[in-house]
Ligand binder design. Structure first.
Ligand code: ZN
Length: 208
């Protein structure tokens, strides 16, 4: 939703409600972990009230442990924290799960998939950043394809049921390949909201 028009947020939410998209992906940025500030809990409250699909909340913030409870109270179905922002990642995951919420871990482009090997069985989702987090509209980083394949192997070999989510630069040129390699969830912002017909773009991204 980072790429939507916040001046008409309710219309944008209703567009997604009426599309084939399955989740709302909500990027929370603090201006410290990433260069930009996006929005905080007042906007999240509007998603909670108006969105009719699960809220997939991606915390691009330092000290995410201080905000897990707050975003849980605001209707998150999935909360994803960054491995690079979590000194005590296992504790953060347990905290999210203790609130009855699915726990995700996000990796920046430079962070190897192998860094998840000790935690992969404890998490519900891995978010692979396919751009450097902090801005919408960036170009897809090609080595993400190899990371998806590697992550899929890790998940299969460990018996984990974690979903693979790709976040950044997803478009109609790479979506099929990502699904073929094992991605389960594609996040699309600018590709959808800057297109002439966002509803059709969502359908195309899903069906290939
Ligand atoms: Zn995100």
């Amino acid at each position: 939703m980072l790429a939507c028009n916040f001046g008409k947020l309710e219309e944008e939410i209703s567009l997604v409600n009426n599309s084939k998209a399955q989740w709302f992906h909500i990027d929370v940025m603090d201006g410290i972990f990433v260069p930009n500030i996006s929005f905080g809990t007042p906007i999240m409250k509007i998603f909670q009230q108006k969105a009719e699909k699960p809220l997939d909340v991606h915390l691009m913030i330092v000290n995410p442990e201080n905000y897990i409870q707050k975003f849980a109270d605001l209707g998150s179905e999935i909360i994803t924290v960054h491995i690079e922002a979590s000194t005590h990642l296992h504790r953060n995951i347990q905290k999210i799960k203790s609130l009855g919420i699915k726990a995700g871990v996000a990796l920046n482009p430079h962070t190897p998939v192998s860094s998840l090997s000790s935690i992969i069985n404890d998490i519900d989702l891995v978010c692979l950043m396919s751009v450097n987090p902090g801005f919408g509209g960036q170009k897809f980083i090609e080595n993400t394809f190899d990371k998806v394949a590697e992550l899929r192997n890790l998940i299969i070999n460990s018996g984990s049921s974690a979903l693979i989510e790709i976040d950044g630069g997803v478009n109609e040129d790479n979506s099929n390949k990502l699904f073929d390699l094992g991605a389960n969830v594609l996040v699309a912002g600018s590709t959808v909201f800057k297109s002439k017909n966002p509803t059709n773009t969502i359908s195309k991204l899903i069906s290939g």
